[in-house]
Design a binder for this molecule. Structure first.
Ligand code: NAD
Length: 363
């Protein structure tokens, strides 16, 4: 069993939940993250483990990875709007840096490399009418989606007798994290219900999406780490189970029922038309140890309870810290990040003060 793992992107939304998950499961965990969202904290916690503060485009060496059994590679520019902001950054970070990291890992003798991929690569395949599985044609519609397809494609030939890449194709993820995101669908619906008192859907509600709780994502990655090599070697998996396929309108109704908030359907001409229902037969077959805990309905109820317990305010819900694109734009405008999306020299001294400021906003 892999016991010593490196989680990249450990100071992001998923990473901040996944680090404590694997620590509780008895793993020795290290992190590697450039810290774009370091100070984007909502509530306590945040993956405080030994970590490398590095940009994975050129940080880390094979030596840093020696003695590591497995790498979980979460670090990425992680949504469509960021890809549209600058295609080059998304290609460089999500694609080229992923291949670079996999090569270093292979050189260092790491045996398993879990790549955090996305069901977004199915695009509008089937229009929600038919199910897409891991062999379905890919239809990446955005730079972000293309970067995931390109990365999977480039990682595949690196597989060897001693190195097993695995492609974990996640649906849209939801659930509370210390480094929260409100720019994903269920987090946004539930956040709006609690903070604003209404659930807003910016489409006709018909598109299908798989929505998966962040803790279930952790459990799926755990199962992929523990599985025998032949079950996962160079394989792609849609992460979830049948019940996570849901239409956005149904999801919104779950949130409205859980919260008592009003439901507003605000159909927009330019609404996101991605729609796909996903088959999860393969993950059930290859990773029988993985059991989904949270249905979208139960997950929506849980989120509403958690946001209420936090006293989620409109100020927090609408804070740039919790929308990836807005936060990166702010860092760019302030000059904290340069044109190559790297930290500028004065970052170290300002970061400490800003972290204190972030903690005040949370309180
Ligand atoms: N959140 C979702 O709904 C979702 C769905 C499908 C797939 N994924 C994938 O899961 C992974 C994690 O997603 P997330 O929601 O936690 O994203 P996130 O934006 O919250 O976290 C990503 C982390 O990667 C780090 N990072 C970015 N570029 C880096 C670089 N060059 N060097 C080092 N670190 C860098 C950031 O600082 C950040 O902490 C991503 O690969 C994403 O594409 C997420």
């Amino acid at each position: 069993m892999a016991k010593r793992i490196l989680i990249t992107g450990h100071r992001g939304y998923i990473g901040s939940v996944m680090v404590p998950y694997f620590l509780r499961a008895g793993y020795e965990v290290q992190g590697a993250d450039t810290g774009f969202f370091e100070r984007c904290l909502l509530g306590p916690g945040g993956g405080e483990v030994a970590g490398h503060g590095v940009d994975l485009r050129d940080g880390l060496t094979a030596r840093d990875l020696e003695g590591t059994d497995a790498v979980i590679h979460l670090a990425a520019l992680s949504n469509d709007p960021i890809g549209n902001l600058n295609k080059h950054w998304t290609r460089e970070i999500n694609g080229e840096a992923s291949v670079r990291l996999a090569l270093l890992a292979r050189e260092a003798g790491v045996s398993r490399f879990l790549f955090s991929s996305s069901c977004i690569m199915y695009g509008a395949a089937g229009g929600g009418e038919t199910e897409v599985d891991e062999n379905s044609p890919l239809d990446p519609r955005t730079q972000y989606a293309r970067s995931k397809v390109e990365a999977e494609h480039a990682l595949r030939p690196l597989a060897s007798a001693t190195f097993s890449p695995v492609y974990m194709r996640n649906g849209t993820i939801y659930g509370l994290s210390p480094r929260m995101r409100f720019d994903t669908v269920l987090n946004s619906l539930a956040g709006s219900a609690v903070a604003r008192g209404s659930v807003r859907v910016f489409s006709d509600g018909k598109p299908w999406r798989p929505v998966v709780h962040v803790e279930d994502v952790c459990a799926a990655f755990h199962a992929a780490l523990e599985a025998p090599r032949e079950a996962v070697h160079n394989e792609a998996f849609n992460v979830g189970a049948a019940e996570v396929n849901v239409q956005i309108g149904t999801l919104a109704r779950h949130v409205a029922e859980a919260s008592g908030a009003a439901l507003e359907l605000l159909a927009q001409a330019d609404a996101d038309q991605r729609s796909y229902r996903t088959s999860f037969a393969k993950i059930a077959r290859h990773l029988p140890g993985f059991r989904l805990q949270w249905s979208p309905c139960a997950g929506a109820q849980r989120l509403v309870r958690e946001f209420r317990a936090l006293g989620l305010s409109m100020g927090q819900f609408d804070d740039a810290r919790f929308t990836r694109l807005r936060w990166l734009r702010k860092l760019l405008e302030e000059g904290a990040l340069g044109e190559d999306l790297r930290w500028q020299a004065n970052r170290q001294c300002s970061a400490r003060g800003e972290r204190a400021e972030a903690e005040e906003v949370m309180a």
